[in-house]
Design a protein around this ligand. Structure first.
Ligand code: FNR
Length: 366
């Protein structure tokens, strides 16, 4: 179907499913084990209802915000997803160009198909990029990746902490890794097992011994704000605050790691009241990702205290199906939905959003 027949993020998924290679679909779409968390990520949003406010002048709506101190036009960002060239021959730069056109922040994966320099060079003006970090056993490799990113103007370091080992995504395991994006494995290609899917092939890169003890090391090699991506309970958010970490991403890695881990929106609903009880709510920015497919999902997350949300698969699908115009349209649709959602909820700007705009009893908030 022509691009102008895509009217929401789900439409891109249906098209991508038909047009991408089998192995690509397996890697992009899969979740761990029985994919219960994968399904829950999106359906959790359906347990939250709005409490719209009427008779507010919403002629002008301001969707802009800041994330980690950087301005952005909307409160969502492109989260890190590895192996962009499985879906599009040009890889992640396609996402970069679209994000640049929309004032959207992009998180670059360590295991991107494009090199970090190619992505930085595809940037528009002072477009903001973050780096997602998989920590390698060889800390010199890690140090080189981090310091290079900082030198090239990267504005945040997101250390993935939910993947000491990659989860079992069986659709992916059944497919042989086709190597189309093999330049991602440039860091230590000899350790690669190509026989069982893309996730297995990249698993060898990651150091499972990573722990809280390593945080000072990261602080010693960079001035970028350090963010933990993949935190899943309130105790660990508090530990992050104790380690002077300025932000966390509540995430279950798009349902790709521990199956039956809770959705990020439910963790958020537990975390924020606890932080408020302890007077810690201003000490840390909390982001969430997983299953965000509608602007109403984003608005709910903001109401419950998220500073912003990450979106993964929908942009990969838009990229795979239609290239840069597809990703740009996906972003525009989401911006349009966001503006409509804000008007109908009765909020003029993102800082007006709060828990009073939602009924979250369905996820245990009373
Ligand atoms: C991911 N994700 C991910 N996360 C990360 O920290 N490093 C990575 O390399 C990847 N790679 C990756 C590949 C693919 C194909 C997917 C779908 C996801 C997880 C990602 O950052 C994010 O947590 C989820 O994708 C969010 O869920 P949605 O928006 O895809 O539902």
């Amino acid at each position: 179907p022509p691009l102008d027949q895509c009217f929401n993020l789900h439409d891109f998924e249906s098209v991508a499913r038909q047009v991408v290679k089998k192995g690509t679909w397996a890697y992009y779409s899969s979740g761990a084990d029985d994919e219960i968390t994968l399904r829950e990520n999106h359906s959790a949003y359906h347990k939250i209802w709005f409490r719209p406010r009427v008779l507010v002048d919403v002629e002008k709506v301001d969707s802009s915000t800041t994330m980690l101190g950087s301005k952005c036009e909307v409160p969502f960002y492109v989260t890190a997803t590895a192996l962009g060239k499985l879906g599009h021959p040009e890889g992640e730069v396609v996402l970069t160009r679209a994000a640049g056109g929309h004032g959207v922040i992009q998180m670059i994966p360590t295991l991107a198909s494009c090199s970090f320099d190619e992505i930085v060079d595809a940037r528009r003006g002072d477009q903001v990029l973050w780096l997602q970090l998989y920590v390698n056993k060889d800390r010199e490799i890690t140090k080189r990746i981090v310091q290079h990113a900082e030198k090239r103007g990267c504005k945040g370091l997101f250390i993935t902490v939910d993947a000491p080992q990659l989860g079992r995504r069986e659709k992916d395991i059944r497919t042989k890794f086709d190597g189309a994006a093999s330049d991602v494995l440039r860091y230590n290609p000899s350790a690669i097992d190509r026989s069982q899917g893309a996730a297995r092939a990249i698993s060898a890169f990651i150091d499972p011994s990573l722990s809280w003890k390593d945080i000072p090391f990261f602080k010693s090699i960079t001035k970028m704000p350090i963010v933990l991506k993949g935190v899943q309970r309130v105790e660990d958010v508090i530990a992050a605050i104790e380690h002077d970490i300025p932000a966390v991403v509540l995430s279950n890695h798009g349902g790709r790691q521990l199956d039956t881990a809770p959705s990020a929106i439910e963790i958020l609903a537990e975390v924020m009241p606890e932080l408020r009880r302890r007077g810690l709510q201003d000490r840390i920015e909390v982001y969430i990702d997983g299953g965000v497919r509608r602007a109403t999902d984003i608005i709910k997350a903001l109401c419950l205290g998220a500073k912003g949300v990450g979106i993964g698969r929908p942009f990969l699908y838009a990229m795979s199906a239609y290239g840069e115009p597809g990703v740009a349209r996906a972003m525009q649709l989401l911006k349009d939905e966001f503006e409509v959602g804000m008007r109908l909820v009765g909020a003029k700007s993102v800082d007006e959003l709060g828990p009073e705009f939602v009924d979250a009893r369905g996820i245990g908030v009373h």
